[in-house]
Design a protein around this ligand. Sequence first.
Ligand SMILES: Nc1ncnc2c1ncn2[C@@H]1O[C@H](COP(=O)(O)OP(=O)(O)OP(=O)(O)O)[C@@H](O)[C@H]1O
Ligand SMILES: [Mg+2]
Length: 241
Amino acid sequence: MIALEAKDLKVGYGKADVLDGVNVKVDEGAIVSLVGPNGAGKTTLLLALTGLLPARGTVSYFGEPMANVSVEDRVARGLCLVPERRELFGDLSVSDNLELGGFSRWMRGERQLRESLEEVFERFPRLRERQDKDASTLSGGERQMLALGRALMAAPRLLLLDEPSLGLAPLIVREIFHIISRLRDNGVSLLVVEQNARAALEVSDYAYVLENGRVSMEGAASDLIDNPRVIDTYLGRRQAY
Ligand SMILES: Nc1ncnc2c1ncn2[C@@H]1O[C@H](COP(=O)(O)OP(=O)(O)OP(=O)(O)O)[C@@H](O)[C@H]1O
Ligand SMILES: [Mg+2]
């Protein structure tokens, strides 16, 4: 089954298009990474896929066209974005932030949120330890965990992650990617935008390189990681990592 397929996506903020006919696909249960330079249109693509930006072209999610599906309904169906800036409620506690992540499920009458909260705490023991602390007091890595945990409270089937490793120390980056692999093992499909191309490609099944609003390269992550042009542009020399 294909979790997500976007065809000939064109998105702009005004006159010129930032995305100029992008095709991407995420198979169910796969981790797909999207790498590319600053300003290539990576965040724009994620916003269009969630419905936060209007787009031309088609987006289908588990076989259903999304053209007339609102952002809220996409979230309700499990299509969830973890934004780049980890927009948390700084003066709310960790557990309140997590509960807000389950709000739309609760509104739909689901009452298993306690179990979901317990699962998030099992996945992120550090969030359990800090559950009563304000989100604003968390470290960068803990904030990313909270942003991921909050998305998990919505019971996602497909997670869109915008630069999950941004600003994190190497050890925490490894931890975050380890968590991402475990999510895939639990049946969540993932589309991950990353500047840290090596860390992303190492856990991904498939990858796209986005340059100037177009897909310039794509392939199995294990092939791209050995591709000389990808190495020169995005990976650098081995010892750099
Ligand atoms: N709200 C906006 N209004 C107008 N132009 C925008 C807006 N957001 C982004 N852009 C432009 O769209 C282009 C793509 O931006 P986008 O944020 O998608 O890039 P990105 O690949 O995510 O870059 P980065 O790696 O720096 O996060 C850029 O040229 C940017 O200036
Ligand atoms: Mg971006």
